[in-house]
Write a protein that binds this ligand. Sequence first.
Ligand code: NAD
Length: 484
Amino acid sequence: MKQFLNFIDGEFVATDKTFANRAPVDNRVLGLVHEAGRAEVDAAVAAARGALKGEWGRMPVAKRVELLYAVADEINRRFDDFLAAEIADTGKPLSLASHIDIPRGAANFKVFADIIKNVPAETFEMATPDGGQALNYAVRTPVGVVGVVCPWNLPLLLMTWKVGPALACGNTVVVKPSEETPATATLLGEVMQKVGMPKGVYNVVHGFGPDSAGAFLTQHPDVDAITFTGETRTGEAIMAAAAKGVRPVSFELGGKNAGIVFADADFDKAVAGITRSAFENCGQVCLGTERVYVQRPIFEKFVQALKAKAEALKIGPSEEPGVGLGPLISAEHRDKVLSYYRKAVEQGATVVTGGGVPKMSGALAEGHWVQPTIWTGLPESAAVIREEIFGPCCHIAPFDTEEEAIALANATDYGLATTVWTQNLGTAHRVARQVEVGICWINSWFLRDLRTAFGGAKASGIGREGGVHSLEFYTELRNVCVKL
Ligand code: NAD
């Protein structure tokens, strides 16, 4: 049976406590994950600290950049291994993982290598009281040992989104992948060995959150900074842990994102866009749209068009051609999503389509499938409109005016992303300025230029990563003032 081992100080490390890693498509056991205890987390943090003092800490930026390029190239060389590992762990369609997850996993190393190579430092000359001059210049130094805690929905992509810039800036990392998706983080250990990354730069500890590797890592006094992607509630626990020692956090948290479709939108493009934003990755995308607001003249037509799209989505296993919808990540998550499907009905929703579990045959009957689901008719106070579900579902409500659409979009504790569909330039820009989110897409969704700022407003996060913004978190900026 396959074993998913920890990766500490350049070596794969087994423990005597294991748990099963299961495939979402049929619940089969993919292998055993070796859970890190306090001792392994201590060893990983110590290895990361040691590497900062060794070859890695002294390495010139140009050599670091070369190594990160080699990591990206090796991921691409082993593309099929990464792809197989990711689709086994997540059950997502192969077309999605091969176009987004794995290429972005590699790109995250190249993009941040380029940024660190090219970013200038600021300098200011100043007059001094004695009539002379002084020169100020900034130096970026690594923060130190960075704890990286990751979710399961885009495992390699979201992990490398943090590991790429952290390493580019000269830090070392201890990664805690999600217990649901241990494979690609482990595989990256093999890549690090192959390219000759100094030992201790990249470490992986497996396990759960509370009373396990996640908590041990984030509470560890020798971790200098913590970057986390996951649920807002988990962010609260990690922030409390980080308070001890006043360690900085970067948080990418939950969302309850609105899609706003104006009557003048290119109808077909808007329907296709909302189909993606509501159902891609089986709705398990933090940027996904679970609240859709459609201007009244096209409301009925839009609901019917989205219903047709949802019903046309082929549900099935990753490799099957034409599959658009995989399973949810776990039985536990399916229970959560189905509880919202029930709540919607109890609170008086009209179920436009879906609402249940599709019939799957053979081994697939054991998988964590749900139907793509659309509701209308609920008040804005309903649970499925207020709370993040993280499933393939959305509620559609009509609006009349631009002001009303903005107010509806903003009436949430979250503030991650919005997608706006209109052909009126003025409307687009006005709405973009007023929605309380970190990312606003106009006539598009999930278009990502890695040089741009990424993050959430309100309960959706703290800080921005992406491009030079990542440097704000992964480096300490030191000002050097020289009296001339
Ligand atoms: P989660 O918060 O349950 O788990 C994320 C990670 O935190 C896992 O590795 C888990 O083991 C660990 N963890 C849990 N409790 C912990 C604790 N007390 N201390 C330390 N670590 C702990 O999230 P999830 O279910 O894996 O992911 C889904 C969530 O992630 C959704 O809310 C989604 O919106 C969010 N998300 C946000 C973004 C973004 O960029 N804003 C991207 C992807 C996912």
